[in-house]
Ligand binder design. Sequence first.
Ligand code: FES
Length: 174
Amino acid sequence: MEISHAKQVINIDAKLTERINELLSHYPADKKKSAMLPVLHEVQDAHDNWLSIELMDRVAEILEVQPIEVYEVASFYTMFNQKPVGKYMFEFCRTSCCAIRGAEDLMDYTCSKLGIKEGETTPDGNFSVVGVECLGACGYAPMLQLGDYYKEHLTKEKIDALIDECRDNKVNLH
Ligand code: FES
């Protein structure tokens, strides 16, 4: 697991606590660990899309588990970020169908257009680019996930347009 030493303001406020409690209510009181995935999603969404060690430790307290159990889950799934990421995170599928249809070239194109390497974030904090495993939209390859949405049948022209829309604040993430 890559450890980030970036500081994160932790804010588990009343609204987030209420949402977490609602999620926990779906599981037996002595099996809070079962709610780990939805709770991590909820907590990450409320904290600029990343989970610091301190925040994962808070989740461990809430779920009444050891911190290592939260680290293991958060570091296994690519949808959880252990370092600050850009507001617009381009998650390129690089598995077989997308790879055959040019995903690697499109990711390289996007990185060079943004002046970053894969796994990096632009200095203004707006864009990140990462490669991920199959996102289950193989029939629409090549594709990427941006926030809660899939962008499919990608081309360089579509990438150009998408970046412009992000810069113009015209892209919904949720
Ligand atoms: S291979 Fe890309 S979505 Fe499945």
